[in-house]
Design a binder for this molecule. Structure first.
Ligand SMILES: [Fe+2]
Length: 255
């Protein structure tokens, strides 16, 4: 399928939005708009990082389909929490493969796009991916994080949609496991998150998990980490240490 046909297909999967349930509609629209922004961010990254035209062409369907299962997930479970539903990267991978959406591409290129979809949300990526597949995957992961940080910061300004923080309790507690993981520059696993503060503090660790200089500069330009800190409670003070560490890292890697 051509890029335009793929986009139309994606939009059909995302809808319809005319159902009576306002919560479902809001969350499907949120994921649709997220994906469309990730596609644009991925294009900007590819340009800034001198991707070849072929690499850019493969990055587009990877970005477009990385969250394809989110629509089904929310319709079925009313939740985006993979820990209690399914791994949405695995499920998106299955959908893209089963529906033959990449049938026009040679096998190794299909594989590169499928890998990016499948592993975009994993804590760690497999060590033995072919370099071409790895590059597409790393770019999708960066573009995805760049957009999700914006969504989260908007949520924090007006915390009215608990689906964004997976419905975790807002009890102001930061668990020791999450604290230690972030200070070590490591993202905690979903199942380790016990509160909305855990969920949000874990986002500091995203700054350590960016792959391209462009993305680090984009995080700095958008003030993501400072804005995150400003919207979290004043205590515990270790949140300030997290901000300092991640900011130093982004400045170094973004050079
Ligand atoms: Fe995702």
């Amino acid at each position: 399928m051509e890029q335009e046909a793929l986009k139309k297909y994606f939009l059909r999967c995302a809808g319809p939005f005319g159902t009576g349930d306002a919560d479902v509609r809001r969350n499907l629209e949120l994921k649709r708009d997220h994906t469309l922004r990730v596609v644009r961010l991925a294009a900007s990254l590819a340009q800034a990082e001198n991707f070849s035209s072929r690499e850019t062409e493969l990055l587009m369907p990877a970005a477009l389909f990385h969250d394809l299962s989110r629509f089904e997930q929310y319709r079925r479970f009313r939740s985006f929490n993979d820990a209690v539903t399914y791994d949405h990267g695995e499920r998106s991978f299955e959908l893209v493969r089963e529906r033959g959406l990449l049938a026009d591409l040679p096998g190794d290129e299909q594989n590169a796009v499928l890998c990016a979809v499948r592993f975009h949300n994993k804590l760690e990526i497999p060590p033995d991916l072919p370099p071409a597949a790895k590059k597409i995957l790393l770019a999708v992961r960066d573009a995805d994080k760049t957009d999700i940080m914006g969504i989260l910061l908007e949520y924090l300004k007006n915390p009215g949609n608990p689906a964004i923080v997976y419905g975790l309790p807002d009890n102001g507690a930061l668990s020791a496991r999450v604290r230690d993981a972030v200070l070590a520059g490591r993202s905690p696993a979903h199942r380790e998150l016990e509160s909305s503060l855990d969920f949000l503090a874990a986002k500091f660790a995203w700054g350590f998990d960016l792959n391209f200089g462009w993305t680090c500069r984009e995080f700095l330009r958008r003030g993501y980490m400072e804005r995150l800190r400003a919207l979290l409670p004043e205590k515990p003070e270790v949140l300030d240490v997290m901000l300092q560490k991640v900011s130093d890292h982004l400045r170094k890697k973004g050079k």
